[in-house]
Write a protein that binds this ligand. Structure first.
Ligand SMILES: Nc1ncnc2c1ncn2[C@@H]1O[C@H](COP(=O)(O)OP(=O)(O)OP(=O)(O)O)[C@@H](O)[C@H]1O
Length: 301
């Protein structure tokens, strides 16, 4: 069931089109990821959905009807990149304040538990670590018990442990039935969290699909990276396979979709030519590789 739908939305500043006829649907209960390099238009798109920026064209619908400000108040929880909070209030005071805006103070324990804030309740906001602050700001975006959560780069700047904790929290919110739209630069985050991913570049959507389907679009999805003495390069013969061979310093990289056959051939050629195998690694391409294949650009600058 489609919960939120974006049809042909556009945003232009002077003559610059920063969001260009973007359309996608988000299904109830899914985590939908927005990926793209800096300046692709991700934040602008979600700020339009959240009602924080005016679009120059298109329509945003919720449950089939054009979304009004009242719908936004009732349905959306939004966590933007920079949350301005009062540093001198404690975590508990801040939560109470935000819950009181929505007459939901009775639910404070649930919010604390969901976002794992038990240990910091009496700590002032200004003394929280980056990960703790992110969890508090996620908790605040849940104050109206929204059906849809919009998270703009929720784990940016966090250490790996804090990121994983936040991932667990986001997945537990999905399990509670929330529909989640998030933006990220991180491929592992998209692959771990998202049911479907939209890849955006220069204001346009390139693809919307499941991570698995997107990965299947990658030409020559596997790489075998080999180092031998002497160098295997002159001995390599991968005829009859659809593969390309490239050099990477002392190593040779074979890119192919026929990984089993290619691996067997390489091992046979090492044996037959009595080469010493120094290292062999098989790598599987990720969404970053797909992005490079599509645009010739890296996702992160
Ligand atoms: N007020 C503004 N006036 C002019 N251009 C703007 C304005 N706000 C944003 N832009 C431009 O719109 C484009 C899209 O910006 P946006 O923040 O949506 O990208 P993004 O994909 O979210 O990038 P990031 O990952 O860096 O947040 C950028 O080129 C940005 O410079």
């Amino acid at each position: 069931m489609v919960m939120l739908s974006v049809k042909n939305i556009s945003k232009a500043y002077a003559s610059k089109q920063v969001v260009d006829h973007v359309s996608f649907d988000i299904k109830k209960g899914e985590i939908f990821g927005f990926l793209g390099p800096n300046g692709a238009g991700k934040s602008t798109t979600i700020e339009i959905i959240a009602g924080l920026k005016k679009k120059t064209g298109g329509v945003v619908t919720i449950n089939g009807k054009e979304m009004t400000d009242k719908d936004r108040y009732n349905y959306l929880g939004v966590q933007l990149q920079q949350a301005e909070l009062y540093g001198n209030l404690t975590v508990k005071e801040t939560l109470n304040l935000f819950l009181s805006f929505h007459n939901r103070k009775a639910f404070i324990d649930e919010h604390i538990h969901l976002t794992k804030l038990e240990a910091f309740l009496n700590q002032k906001v200004k003394s929280l670590s980056g990960g703790q602050k992110q969890r508090l700001s996620l908790s605040l975006s849940l104050a109206n018990d929204p059906e849809i959560l919009i998270l703009d780069e929720p784990t940016v700047g966090l250490d790996p442990q804090s990121r994983r904790l936040l991932w667990d929290i986001i997945l537990s919110l999905k399990q509670k039935g929330k529909t989640i739209l998030l933006t990220t630069h991180f491929m592992d985050e998209a692959q771990r969290l998202c049911d479907r991913v939209a890849i955006m570049n220069e204001g346009k959507l390139l693809f919307v699909d499941t991570v698995d389907h997107l990965l299947n679009q990658i030409d020559k999805r596997f790489s075998i990276v080999i180092e031998t003495t002497p160098d295997i390069y002159p001995f390599l013969n991968v005829e009859h396979l659809s593969a390309i061979i490239v050099r990477d310093d002392e190593k040779v990289v074979i890119k192919t979709d026929e990984i089993d056959e290619a691996f067997q051939k390489v091992m046979k050629q090492i044996e037959e030519n009595e080469l010493e195998l120094k290292s062999i690694v098989i790598k599987e391409a990720n969404l970053e590789d797909l992005f490079i294949q599509l645009t010739g650009k890296e996702l992160r600058e």
